[in-house]
Design a protein around this ligand. Structure first.
Ligand code: ADP
Ligand code: ADP
Length: 234
């Protein structure tokens, strides 16, 4: 059952007279519960593709179905509704607010959803505890390691119970030990909570944690590799 289905997606940017085709006819189908990796050289369209999947940006042409929604047809406000309902984001550079504690950072998306104080705090604590951060809740981002900051960012991404977690180079700023830890977190979220995961990475060892690797070249998917067994958590 496809949760994410892109057909013949293009994305063109016009800069003056010059037109850049960042995506050039992408067909992509991701099932509910899959964990997939997107790889490709710099400039091949990985971030653009992730932005389209994440409803941050609409395609120039083509169709995109996310659950029951025909994303290419909706208005901007509907797009942000769909994004809030379905998607959690994780970035290379964490994007935590520096003046807020781990707990306050994780509460943020729930504030935007109008969930009130006590319930909000309870859910944020649960999310942090599920990521082994129960003893770091009142720390500021600067008082946490890179790996811990990324786990706070993941807690913030999943606290609203999204169907899909999108990660743009989630281990790009981390050493190899923390990177493996983040991959075991992803495996746990995928296997135990059933969250569909789509990650962009340039590291083969990180890509191998997925069930499939989509290889992107010049805005097109050139190859899909199905992995027999993703790496086991250490
Ligand atoms: P990747 O993530 O694989 O490095 P990107 O999706 O960032 O690739 O970029 C794909 C192509 O689209 C590149 O040629 C890039 O310069 C261009 N591009 C991306 N975003 C924009 C933008 N906002 N305006 C103009 N060109 C863009
Ligand atoms: P990197 O993790 O490689 O530094 P960024 O996280 O800066 O990359 O950006 C990845 C994409 O996500 C960009 O297109 C950016 O505009 C978008 N983005 C970054 N932060 C947010 C956010 N808090 N909410 C929504 N979109 C974001």
């Amino acid at each position: 059952l496809a949760l994410i289905e892109l057909k013949n997606i293009t994305k063109c940017y016009k800069i003056g007279q010059i037109q850049v085709n960042a995506l050039n006819g992408v067909d992509l189908s991701i099932e509910n519960g899959e964990f997939v990796s997107i790889m490709g050289p710099s400039g091949s369209g990985k971030s653009t593709l992730l932005n389209v999947i994440g409803c941050l940006d609409q395609p120039t042409t083509g169709t995109y179905k996310l659950g029951d929604n025909n994303v290419e047809k909706v208005s901007d406000w509907q797009l942000s509704d769909i994004r809030n309902q379905f998607i959690g984001f994780v970035f290379q550079s964490f994007h935590l607010l520096p003046g807020l504690t781990a707990l306050e950072n994780v509460e943020l998306p729930l504030i935007y959803r109008g969930i009130l104080g006590k319930e909000r705090k309870k859910r944020a604590i649960e999310a942090l505890e599920s990521l082994d951060l129960g003893d770091r809740m009142h720390h500021l981002p600067t008082q946490l390691s890179g790996g811990q900051q990324q786990r706070v960012a993941i807690a913030r991404a999943i606290v609203g119970k999204p169907s899909v977690l999108l990660a743009d180079e989630p281990t790009g700023a981390l050493d190899s030990k923390s990177s493996v830890n983040i991959m075991s977190v992803f495996q746990k979220l995928n296997q135990e909570m059933g969250i569909t995961i789509v990650q962009v990475t340039h590291e083969e060892t990180i890509a191998q944690y997925g069930h499939k690797i989509f290889r992107l070249f010049d805005g097109k998917i050139e190859k899909i590799e199905v992995l027999n067994e993703s790496l086991k958590a250490i």
